[in-house]
Ligand binder design. Structure first.
Ligand SMILES: [Zn+2]
Length: 112
């Protein structure tokens, strides 16, 4: 256990008091802990996320990694670029399999 010393504004203090009274019998430490856990769960876990795509001309017949639509040699597909980040659907490791998405699937990932 450690004692932390930090400053909160009046509105935050009122909220902390209300929540701790309502849910944790006035225990502010437990209230802050629950709030942080909720924030961590909501903002997702650390891992690898797809940051963008690089267009690639396929050199063999292949299929879209996401929708499995077949594509012929010479079609332009999109290879994901991974980056460390947080999110609800992160990869714990960079996927090692060959991964090419069709333009539709690549676009959809960034529309949601
Ligand atoms: Zn696809």
């Amino acid at each position: 256990m450690k004692r932390l010393n930090f400053t909160v504004d009046e509105a935050t203090l009122v909220l902390l008091n209300e929540l701790s009274e309502r849910y944790y019998k006035g225990n502010k430490s437990k209230t802050v802990r629950a709030a942080l856990e909720s924030l961590a769960a909501h903002s997702g876990h650390m891992g690898w996320i797809i940051r963008g795509y690089v267009p690639v001309e396929t050199d063999e017949d292949t299929s879209c990694h996401t929708c499995q639509t077949p594509h012929q040699k010479g079609d332009i597909l999109f290879r994901p670029v991974f980056e460390r980040g947080r999110g609800p659907d992160v990869f714990t490791q960079i996927p090692s399999e060959s991964w090419m998405d069709c333009p539709d699937c690549a676009e959809q990932l960034f529309e949601g």
